[in-house]
Design a protein around this ligand. Sequence first.
Ligand SMILES: Cc1cc2nc3c(=O)[nH]c(=O)nc-3n(C[C@H](O)[C@H](O)[C@H](O)COP(=O)(O)OP(=O)(O)OC[C@H]3O[C@@H](n4cnc5c(N)ncnc54)[C@H](O)[C@@H]3O)c2cc1C
Length: 497
Amino acid sequence: MPDYDVVVIGAGNGGLTAAAGLAKRGHKTLLLERHNVPGGCATSFIRGRFEFEVALHQLSGMGFPEFPGPLRGVLADLGVVDKIDFIQQKNLYRVVVPGTMDINLKAERASAQETLIEKYPAEKDGIIKFFDLLYAFCLEAVNVLYMNDPEAGPAKYPLFFQLALKDTQGILDEYLKDQSLQNAVAIYWSYAGLPPSRLSFMEFAMTLWAYLEFKPWHMKGGSQAMSNAICDAFINFGGDVRFNCAARKINVVGGKIKSVITEDGDEISTEYVVSNAGPITTLIDLIGAENCPADELKTLNARTVGLSAFTVYMGFDCDPSEMGIDKATNFICSTTDADRAYRFMKTLDGAEYSLLTCYDVDDPDFSPRGACQASLVTLQYMQPWLTVPPEKYYDAKYRFADKLIDLAAKVFPDLRKHLEEAEPATPLTHMRYLGHPGGSIYGSEHFTRETGMFLQSKSMIQGLHFTGAWNGSGGFQPTLQSGASAARQVSRLLKMQ
Ligand SMILES: Cc1cc2nc3c(=O)[nH]c(=O)nc-3n(C[C@H](O)[C@H](O)[C@H](O)COP(=O)(O)OP(=O)(O)OC[C@H]3O[C@@H](n4cnc5c(N)ncnc54)[C@H](O)[C@@H]3O)c2cc1C
């Protein structure tokens, strides 16, 4: 008898829902996490009197008890929905390019359309047609991707089969002429980590639709509270967890999983591993290329490492209203050109895109009374940070943070006056805490024809399964769902034995 039915490596979103789902189904499961807390990206840390949210700006796919989104189902299945105090964010987002545009959209289709038509009356027809297309496409996508309609095909779902792999920019160009209007509609490209010119319509459309339909949410205690709740559920289902305990090696014999060796040198026998550590780390570092099927390595080679983030976690000595912040989600850019903003993500020259999220707007108790916090983030590739010599890293980090705050201060000029704490995090920080190549927060890049739907969660190595951002789309909803799906898949295999 192996020590465990399944060893789950990594307690990020995907690892947590996979582990909890397996333990709930009665499988003896061990969860290994190299960090000292569960969550991966979905964690918090403390500086001064603030507990800073590391990652979550807006949670998609939750919906309401009477109109549940797919994520609510995943969390309900693990019994954690009632353990988390979800806070609905009133707005979808505000998007500002100082001197060019300032638009606030509510998280509701009719209202968002109306606002856009008011600002761009000449484009009324295009706006209506674009939203009609988005909704019709997403309803087909749900049937094809999630309801697994056995009759799915171009005849039944023409929009899905025609448009899923088209680039988003082409579709924006067809319906919306003004670049600032395109920017207002498509700013969620940043949640997928690629500009509309390189992002499949499927990834973009499903993101915007999921927030419009099921609304954006956050939660009391931040995403760490959700990670803790899922981890508690796992333990209550009988699972074992070891923190500060990285997996160092996965033994594969004859193409099958045999055991996992921890950094403490313990060998744990098992026939199944669910890895949340991403395929590069898992196959190359933990298993070793020499033990991997050539075809799997070939597929891995075809993928590129995705974006990381640069974030300034800021604590302020006042309420948000004193700085003029009255919306939680504020995209602040210095260009309406997404391709240009994306090019800056490969340099240290500053940012042309940023997102300032102030959690206290919708949850006044998020920070201590009379104070508030905001996370100011831009996306960044790791490469430029690797060119900074170690002795210049600290300066480079604060210089970049300064430039980012300058951009946000164009909209909120009093930010600096009230700044009490500021902690910048670079792609190197994310690599250190997550262990992912490039500090990637969305896994590999999902170019138009390499979307998450083509990725296999089951490895060619018998018993090895993947979960998390590297195995589909990045973001909270997809990764939490991917763990639930890995649990179902592995449980089915275990029950067939
Ligand atoms: C700044 C920032 C802002 C974001 N904003 C949003 C947002 O608003 N909305 C949204 O939906 N998404 C957002 N995201 C993205 C989202 O957080 C991630 O895509 C998602 O959380 C990744 O989950 P995952 O399951 O892939 O696991 P990860 O979070 O990548 O965690 C992987 C885990 O595996 C562990 N691990 C790695 N190697 C080993 C090993 N050898 N042994 C043991 N453990 C190991 C790591 O320590 C880590 O805990 C943001 C991310 C960041 C960083």
